[in-house]
Design a protein around this ligand. Sequence first.
Ligand SMILES: C[S@@+](CC[C@H](N)C(=O)[O-])C[C@H]1O[C@@H](n2cnc3c(N)ncnc32)[C@H](O)[C@@H]1O
Ligand code: SF4
Length: 382
Amino acid sequence: MIRFSALPELSLYIHLPWCVRKCPYCDFNSHEQQAELPERAYVEALVRDLEASLPLIWGRPVISIFIGGGTPSLFSPEMIGLLISEVRARLMLLPDVEITMEANPGTFEVDRFRGFREAGVNRLSVGVQSFDVNKLKVLGRIHDADQARAALVHAVQIFDRVNADLMFGLPGQTLTELERELSELVQLGLSHVSCYQLTMEPNTRFGIRPPQGLPDDDVLADMQSLVIHRLRQAGLSRYEISAFSRAGQECRHNLNYWTFGDYLGIGAGAHGKISFADRILRTEKLRNPKAYMEGGNDAHGEPISIESLPFEFMLNALRLTAGVPASRWSQTTGMSVGEHPFLLERLGQAQARGLMRADAGRFQATDRGLELLNDLQALFLP
Ligand SMILES: C[S@@+](CC[C@H](N)C(=O)[O-])C[C@H]1O[C@@H](n2cnc3c(N)ncnc32)[C@H](O)[C@@H]1O
Ligand code: SF4
């Protein structure tokens, strides 16, 4: 039975669903911008969504906000400022609240970075993906390599905390090319890097027709090792499967996801997870931006079943290289470990197979477990 004495930390995710062009690998809820962006109407819809959701989170302080997309930097600094002040007027934000926004490295966006800072954003995440002009073309990106560099140089002048997203395992990519990308990246003084292996998602153009020249599994494993080694040399340690940071610069918002904290999601297609004294709910908003703006969002959500809690928890927690203290299970599920025989059984299996450390005080994947993370997580499926 779920019984919370105290609820976990709460974050806020805000989804802005438009992009200039849809990238062929991307399965995020992003839509090509057809006409002028309905910025103000969308911010108003977000505020309505937030107000309708307030009863779910009355009185709870918010530790972080993430404005993601899509391409949030298509919104003007004025609208981002309005959005943040509308949120501030309705939610109790911690004094040191982390406010991250995603930005693409186009010239048009870079000119707005200072405005985003003044609007209240205190952490910028720039989707660089690559510094190689040919790779950027294959990925369907609308920026070039010089714009990628300029965006990061400019971002670190304005923001204390900057993340760059990089992808590897790109069509035709060699280890030498990846080494060159990483060397460029580490010279820029970033506090955080997210480095993702390109995956072929169903329902994307790459998923339907994969590009030629994708590196094979052996090369991909070498690439992953190179990323870890090269970033560590530069003072950026791996703390999650794809996330690297300087000490103390971990993304608080994502850490809250990975430690199974709560989050309210507002915006088209946004997901949320919110705990109450005796249940945990998942919420999801309408995906289509037009339908979303016209309303009809259901703020109630569906309870997570007790059977699926181990998988939901481990799907997140085992991504962290240091895992989580075992006490985090009861803090975020409202149940003790002993109350869930299935969890105990599967923990035993994972440890016997050498995929998790045999430590009663921590849930942590071994190096092998991190390599085989999908298999390890699947062990906890109900
Ligand atoms: C919400 S997305 C996009 C942020 C921003 N619009 C951009 O494209 O730069 C966050 C990140 O996920 C990564 N990503 C998206 N699709 C991916 C895929 N199929 N494989 C690997 N990484 C992916 C990219 O690095 C991207 O920057
Ligand atoms: S710009 Fe970012 S969110 Fe938009 S389609 Fe490309 S990867 Fe997806």
